[in-house]
Ligand binder design. Structure first.
Ligand SMILES: [Fe+2]
Length: 193
């Protein structure tokens, strides 16, 4: 894997903040904190890689205030820098439930982009980094780590819900069980909530 260093990732996030400031910056830092705390207890995950993935999973928001677009913008941006594994996380982090219609919010991607995301998800078998960032995204409020349920409600209040929201919520709760088992503890203890 070719991954930006933590210093490089922080620089990319700082530049992105200049372009599009907002709560997503501190949300990204919280996700990185959670990724570090959980990956420290996982034998197969590199802590620095998990931290960098957390910092950069929403980097597509550098392009402005968008909805689903941020995942494809992040994918293209990280690919353009040669960081394909980070690009992958930009796309997979929004789909713990592997159905593009489960996205909470508007699909502001073009038809071709939507097809690309669908194909990408169909052809990708999630690994523990994908799962970890999907989980951490759901643990990260801008002002710190929180219970998944609180964050899920926060997202629905801001972006609405659809027929697949319950299935998506179940997928998030299964991710927590998965990482509780893997870390042999309650991950809430690891992230201090
Ligand atoms: Fe996020």
């Amino acid at each position: 894997m070719k991954i930006p260093t933590i210093v490089e990732a922080e620089k990319l996030l700082n530049e992105a903040e200049q372009r599009n400031p907002g709560a997503w910056i501190s949300h990204s830092k919280t996700a990185a904190f959670c990724a570090k705390a959980i990956s420290e207890r996982c034998d197969n995950l590199d802590v620095e890689t998990a931290y960098v993935f957390g910092l950069l999973h929403d980097i597509g928001r550098r392009e402005g205030v968008t909805d689903m677009r941020h995942i494809i913008d992040g994918y293209h941006f990280m690919t353009s820098l040669g960081f394909d594994d980070c690009a992958r996380i930009c796309l997979t982090h929004s789909f713990p439930y592997k159905d593009i219609r489960s996205y909470n919010g508007q699909n502001d991607c073009t038809g071709d982009e939507t097809e690309f995301i669908k194909r990408f998800l169909d052809n990708t078998e999630y690994d523990d980094y994908d799962r970890m960032i999907q989980l951490c995204d759901a643990l990260a409020l801008p002002d710190g780590a929180t219970y998944i349920e609180k964050r899920l409600v926060d997202v629905v209040m801001r972006r609405g819900f659809n027929d697949l929201t319950i299935s998506k919520w179940k997928a998030f709760l299964e991710l927590k069980v998965y990482f509780d088992k893997k870390t042999e503890t309650d991950i809430y203890k690891l992230i201090g909530v």
